[in-house]
Ligand binder design. Structure first.
Ligand code: UGA
Length: 435
């Protein structure tokens, strides 16, 4: 099929590349010339496992190409995906400026029937808004607007796209439905469902999914805080409840709060939608508060142990990205912790396998960036683990204790076992597990 993707951010690029991988002919449009140049050379501007290989292969096979020309994109695609930024506006609601601007441009270029797909996470009612903008210049018989939210996790986005748990398609048009069905069939061959629904339900499904997961994490974070007080081990509680099939094992890991480009933004936007419709969505508002507090907990633990004046002390920080397998630091708990440590007078020596360049752009010289996880430890008063990269899971503990001035580990992700830490003689604090 002839597919066009407008916007080559993380969602657009993964979507375009995966559609090319299933044999479609894809054109990706972006206004950023530098990015387009880089993509033409087969280089992905984001770190996403597996993406580079697919990109290279599909460029070579001429199934995907990149352009800055929206006209070229529109002429090419029977289905046009909008994968544009929807940053939070001042009131927390998603800013639709980019989506509606592009819709307006499309309305002056389209000459034959197209399916326009909202792939970006957009508030309820956006499909209608896009349709109204298109209809200013176009006959309604020339287009359908479909909502098709993405459920990709950064770090496993390619896998999530190629083997989705489900595909959600919001449209009341039979014609659009047929085309979308044909496009997605190769991805659901193992029998996973495609759910067809109206546009509003589809738009809401995306927010409901992310807000529910954020709530689940926040619940476990609060549970961890309480477990510490009552002397229970949250990891035991986690497996205890996770084996109930009504609850399930995934997404119950307590930590230093959720981050990333999606959960914080989407939870906020859902609360804002509720406000607009005069509904007080109390759980969602509380989730935001709980998460803000959770991001400060590791810093508090450190100050409780060393005192609130940390001047003269260095802390080694392992992990800066908001989660492993990404270089994304948006809303990353590590940033909040760096701010707290610096404010208390400490020196921060950080290491992350992928995200250091991004953090350097914010902090410059204020943070020391180490060449390796072990180099970060030299002369530090303690090791703080913020992101659970695999390489931190089974380190050389002798090297850790030799390098640290004081053998203390503050583990924001429960990476190590309590028994091991006791056996090795570390002062060890983790989340929801009393030592
Ligand atoms: C999330 C959703 O999982 C995707 O389904 C969705 O498509 C995506 O947002 C989006 O809207 O684009 P992502 O932000 O990539 O994906 O990351 P997750 O793997 O969901 O992790 C989010 C945050 O929750 C991370 O900070 C992670 O550390 C935290 N988390 C996750 C926990 O603290 N505990 C857990 O048990 C799981």
């Amino acid at each position: 099929m002839q597919i066009t993707i407008i916007g080559t951010g993380y969602v657009g690029l993964v979507t375009g590349t995966c559609f090319a991988e299933t044999g479609n002919n894809v054109v990706c449009v972006d206004i950023n010339e530098e990015k387009v140049k880089q993509l033409r050379a087969g280089k992905s501007p984001i770190y996403e496992p597996g993406l580079d290989t697919l990109l290279e292969r599909n460029i070579k096979e001429q199934r995907i190409r990149f352009t800055t020309s929206i006209t070229e994109g529109v002429e090419h695609g029977q289905i046009i995906f909008l994968a544009l930024p929807t940053p939070p506006g001042k009131d927390g609601s998603a800013d639709l400026q980019f989506v509606l601007d592009v819709a307006s441009q499309l309305s002056t270029i389209i000459t034959d029937y197209k399916v326009i797909v909202n792939k970006s996470t957009v508030p309820v009612g956006t499909a209608e808004k896009v349709a109204n903008v298109l209809a200013l210049n176009l006959d309604r018989s020339l287009f359908d607007v479909v909502s098709n939210p993405e459920f990709l996790r950064e770090g496993v986005a390619v896998e999530d796209f190629l083997k989705p748990d489900r595909v959600v398609i919001g449209t009341n048009s039979e014609r659009a439905r047929k085309l979308m069905d044909e496009l997605y069939q190769p991805f659901v061959r193992q029998g996973n469902p495609i759910f067809y629904m109206d546009e509003r339900s589809s738009e809401m499904t995306k927010y409901a999914g992310n807000a529910y997961l954020a709530m689940r994490i926040s619940f476990m974070n609060e549970m961890a805080n309480l477990c510490e007080k009552v002397g229970a081990n949250v990891d035991m509680v986690r497996v205890g409840i996770g084996s109930d099939s009504r609850i399930g094992k995934r997404f119950l890991f307590p930590g230093v709060g959720y981050g990333g480009s999606c959960f914080p933004k989407d939870v906020k936007a859902l609360a804002q939608t509720a406000t607009e419709y005069d509904y007080d969505f109390q759980i969602v508002r509380t989730v935001m508060k709980v998460n803000d507090r959770q991001k400060t907990i590791l810093g508090k633990k450190i100050c409780e142990y060393y005192g609130s004046d940390l001047s003269g002390k260095t802390f080694a920080l392992w992990g800066l990205a908001f989660k492993p397998e990404t270089d994304d630091i948006r809303e990353a708990p590590a940033l909040e912790l760096i701010d707290e440590l610096l404010k208390a007078g400490a020196t921060v020596s950080a290491f992350d396998p992928e995200a250091m360049d991004n953090v350097r752009r914010i902090y410059g010289e204020k943070v020391h960036f180490a060449e390796s996880m072990y180099a970060a430890l030299e002369g530090a008063s303690g090791l703080v683990i913020v992101t659970e990269w695999s390489e931190f899971r089974n380190p050389d503990f002798d090297r850790i204790s030799d390098a640290l001035v004081h053998p203390a580990i503050f583990d924001g992700r429960n990476v190590y076992s309590l028994e091991k830490m006791e056996e090795l003689g570390f002062y060890y604090e983790s989340m929801g597990r009393k030592t």
